[in-house]
Write a protein that binds this ligand. Structure first.
Ligand code: ADP
Ligand code: GLC
Length: 475
């Protein structure tokens, strides 16, 4: 099978969240299964061309849209020529992928419209033999539409929805700017959306198959509560919608190999984990490293349950436990968390995106806080388990599918499920109740350590899900 995999971010080149991790690990896993996979992403300014040996591959072309000439230069990774990068000044010459401090870029429709055209032009001009075009989220959702309408291409198309909360909604004038055919596209079963255009809806309507990143989320998004106004569209298209849970790269997220952490460790050499915790507590000035260490790593947006975390700070400060919060995102949350930096001696807060620090946290922590309001899949909880951490999660989306409450399992060692603490209702009472369960478990050192080691052995790799994708491509 030959697959073209297009995404707006791919680890390690550019990453704002889990999409980048998936767009790296799924293609790798498919390659391990013997498939030919080309990946394509924008060559943003921030991508380190030298470090990753990204070189010009000799292809430059112009594309005219709405009377304007756009130039594209194509690059590839010197060490894996199937990793392709598209450079165009409008798309790439700015700081930030989708937004800056003032909000979303005003020309995102044009930027990702151009990217979508360029992906197809690259496929055609480089004469890539492709069976399946796999696109991800709204940024690449015009590709199936363009393939079916303007280009009349026959390859199978698969859209993966990583997060329905982001749809790419723009005024309808972009139809002309991007030369999208009004008649075949501007309709309910196309990209029309309350008299605007909705890129994600284009992908939903025009792709042959749709996946989303967990089985539970695939059901949830067909309901008004989680459907983000597209639930009806998704119900209409449910015949081609499937939930396939994400995995994580066990090469990248490996406690025994991770270069970012002080002490590597494994189930058999578990002592390293405790040393990491002692070092981290010392480094951050947290008192008493024997206490339970809770961490939060993630984007500051309501999706991640940061409202609950902020409400719970007044509880955290009274608990005999340490808390480390790493994240950044919406202004209001950056300010709220920012105002708490250095205020309590058992709560360390770092505002920002820091891959190395996040690994140190996973390597040191006892519990990961992930009280999401909704969660398509979530990778943090799987990464955490790989590092022996117990996730404390709300029972929603992929969290429900990947974390089981330890009290529901009798025989820890013989279970194949990832274990942690789960709570049903998104409110402070049940969140606090879950914290209380965590404390009581932590008090039973033997049981806690057995679960921690058990989690390190749980299979969260891509192996099974990559096979599911392969079956979908073939069907
Ligand atoms: P989402 O894609 O919704 O942000 P996921 O759980 O799927 O959430 O993936 C988040 C990824 O981004 C994980 O690899 C996580 O470790 C990483 N991450 C999130 N916020 C930060 C941060 N502030 N610093 C470092 N890594 C982060
Ligand atoms: C999105 C979701 C997250 C998911 C990730 C990768 O950003 O918010 O739950 O894990 O995509 O699919």
């Amino acid at each position: 099978m030959n697959i073209l995999f297009a995404a707006s971010e791919i680890f390690p080149y550019a990453k704002t969240g889990g999409l980048a991790d998936v767009a790296h690990a799924l293609p790798e896993s498919l390659r391990d299964e013997g498939q030919k996979v080309y990946t394509v992403m924008p060559l943003y300014n921030q991508v380190d061309r030298e470090k990753y040996e990204i070189i010009y591959n000799g292809l430059t072309f112009d594309y005219w849209l709405f009377g304007v000439r756009h130039q594209f230069d194509i690059f590839e990774n010197k060490n894996n020529r199937d990793e392709l990068f598209i450079y165009n000044p409008v798309l790439c010459d700015r700081w930030g992928l989708y937004n800056d401090d003032f909000g979303d870029f005003g020309d995102n429709a044009l930027r990702f419209g151009l990217f979508s055209y360029a992906v197809l032009e690259v496929m055609i001009r480089l004469k890539l033999k492709i069976d399946v075009v796999h696109v991800n989220d709204w940024q690449t959702s015009l590709i199936p539409l363009l393939m079916k309408t303007r280009y009349k291409l026959k390859q199978k198309t698969v859209l993966t929805i990583h997060n329905l909360a982001y749809q790419g909604i723009f005024p309808k004038k972009v139809m002309d700017e991007l030369e999208i055919d009004w008649k075949s596209c501007f309709k309910f079963d196309g990209l029309e959306y309350f008299d605007n255009v909705n890129f994600l809806k284009a992908g939903i309507s025009f792709s042959d198959s749709i996946t989303t990143v967990s089985k539970t989320y695939a059901q949830e998004i067909q309901t008004p509560a989680f459907g983000e106004t597209l639930d009806e569209t998704l119900r209409v298209n449910s015949y081609k919608l499937k939930g396939i849970v994400n995995g994580i790269s066990t090469e990248v997220f490996s406690p025994s190999k991770d270069k970012f952490i002080d002490k590597n460790f494994s189930i058999d050499e578990y002592g390293g984990k405790l040393e990491n915790k002692i070092n981290l507590c010392k480094e951050l000035g947290l008192k008493d490293d024997k206490r339970a260490l809770f961490i939060f790593v993630g984007r500051f947006t309501s999706q991640k349950g940061v409202d609950l975390i902020l409400d719970a700070i007044s509880l955290f400060k009274t608990y005999e436990a340490n808390f480390v919060i790493l994240g950044s995102g919406e202004d209001i949350y950056n300010h709220s968390f920012g105002s708490l930096v250095g205020v309590y001696d058992n709560i360390h807060i770092k505002i920002g995106y820091d891959e190395a620090f996040s690994r140190k946290l996973y390597a040191s922590a006892d519990f990961l806080l992930m009280p999401s309001l909704f969660e398509p899949c979530g990778l943090n909880q799987m990464i955490a388990m790989e590092y022996g951490v117990l996730p404390l999660v709300s029972k929603t989306g992929g969290l429900k599918d990947t974390v089981t409450d330890f009290t529901d399992i009798k025989d820890i060692e013989n279970s194949s499920l990832g274990l942690g603490i789960t709570f049903d209702e998104y409110n402070l009472f049940w969140f606090n109740h879950a914290l209380a369960k965590a404390f009581s478990l932590y008090g039973n050192k033997d049981k806690f350590e057995r679960i921690s080691k058990h989690n390190m052995g749980v299979d969260n790799s891509w192996i099974h899900s990559a096979k599911e994708y392969l079956n979908l491509y073939k069907s």
